[in-house]
Design a protein around this ligand. Structure first.
Ligand code: NDP
Ligand code: PYC
Length: 334
């Protein structure tokens, strides 16, 4: 694989320019480019620059509004809603997460439902932000059918990620962020691009037969992680990020999607909880003692440790040259 070195500033500048060029206004271009740059910084490669061609395609097709004006409202002191106005999710997050954190701090817990947004990023930026406010957080989104429910060979669920954050004493939060598919579609696409096989159990080909060829899985379906148990978590996310927040499940999101290569319109469910108010005991001492035991076990590493370690490196990142050429081509007229 041929790569080129880009500094984090250059990654931000390229993403920003591509988004502005495709019709995003300055606020959206900044919010999306920031999330893309943080993904590259942390080594979340399938949700960094890799996503820019899709972001650009959906701005160009007009499916996603580059000047969307996300609006936050309070349905009760603890039920917050943000109408994304058909824009990309990062600006809706910027306009909502502080209010969600304040509501959870004051009342013990609060929810944020996002509707009419297009989410094409990792989820950890949302949960990690809430963790930094000292809150326990959960977030999930659905997508478009790409995962067969357990027992089926036809897609109904999205790759449906779920993220969780837990605040740590004097440090970065404990965070996990994972697709409920055996593998995120972005990683399957990267494996296909780079000519790698994927592990057995990742997906089925178009005839419903197991395969380790990512190109065949793209034509077929992914499987949920963890058999029927993971399948039920994917189902839960369809319901939480769809009907519960006033949006659609993945199958219906796809039915109104233009197929331009970018993310469909959909919803997101975010829950924030204030452990100081819920616990009534020394939750932090108890959780730190537990996490110390976990971390001390041979073979265990805590989730987000890899990202946080990558974050310490402020130097350039190696970016796939084919991807860079594709992004730069979007900047040329015609
Ligand atoms: P991974 O399988 O790479 O990782 C899942 C979680 O497990 C991460 O928190 C990771 O931490 C942790 N982890 C990974 N390996 C280990 C290990 N050996 N020991 C302990 N913990 C480990 O993530 P996915 O491929 O499932 O998802 C990738 C991204 O795709 C996510 O950010 C997700 O939000 C995004 N996504 C977005 C979608 C959308 O619709 N917007 C749809 C689907 C996925 P660490 O990061 O530190 O490695
Ligand atoms: O990697 O599965 C994925 C994905 C879908 C939407 C954004 N990322």
């Amino acid at each position: 694989m041929t790569t080129s070195s880009l500094t984090l500033d250059e990654i931000y500048a390229l993403a920003h320019e591509a988004l502005l060029n495709a019709g995003a206004n300055a606020e959206h271009a900044d919010a999306v480019a920031d999330v893309v740059t943080r993904a590259e910084r942390d080594g979340s490669h399938s949700h960094g620059l890799f996503r820019i061609p899709g972001y650009v395609a959906s701005l160009r097709s007009g499916k996603v509004k580059g000047d969307a004006d996300p609006t936050l409202s309070k349905r009760s002191p603890v039920v917050l809603h943000c109408d994304g106005d058909l824009g990309y999710a990062p600006l809706a997050h910027r306009r909502s997460l502080t209010a969600l954190a304040e509501a959870a701090k004051e009342n013990g817990l609060a929810t944020l439902s996002l509707t009419r947004t297009h989410h094409f990023a990792a989820l950890w930026p949302e949960t990690e932000t809430l963790g930094q406010y000292g809150l326990v957080a959960m977030a999930c989104v659905s997508y478009m059918p790409s995962v067969a429910p357990y027992g089926a060979s036809q897609a109904l669920y999205g790759t449906n990620p779920f993220s969780f954050a837990w605040p740590r004493a004097g440090g970065t939060p404990l965070v996990f962020d994972m697709a409920t598919a055996s593998m995120a579609m972005g990683d399957v696409q990267i494996a296909a691009r780079d000519g790698h096989k994927v592990p057995p159990g990742t997906g089925l080909n178009a005839d419903g037969a197991p395969t380790t060829d990512p190109k065949e899985i793209i034509k077929g379906v992914l499987l949920p992680f963890g058999g029927y148990k993971g399948s039920h978590i994917a189902m839960m996310i369809e319901l939480l990020a769809g009907p519960l927040v006033g949006e659609t499940a993945s199958y219906a999101s796809k039915s109104r999607d233009s197929g331009d290569g970018g993310p469909p319109q959909g919803g997101e469910f975010i829950l924030a909880m204030n452990p100081d108010m819920l616990s009534g005991a020394d939750w932090q001492a108890e959780s730190e003692a537990f996490l110390a035991r976990l971390d001390a076990l041979e073979g265990v590493r805590l989730p987000a440790e890899r990202r946080y370690a990558n974050r310490q490196n402020t130097g350039p990142r190696e970016i796939n040259a084919e991807l860079l050429a594709k992004i730069r081509a979007t900047l040329s007229p015609g």
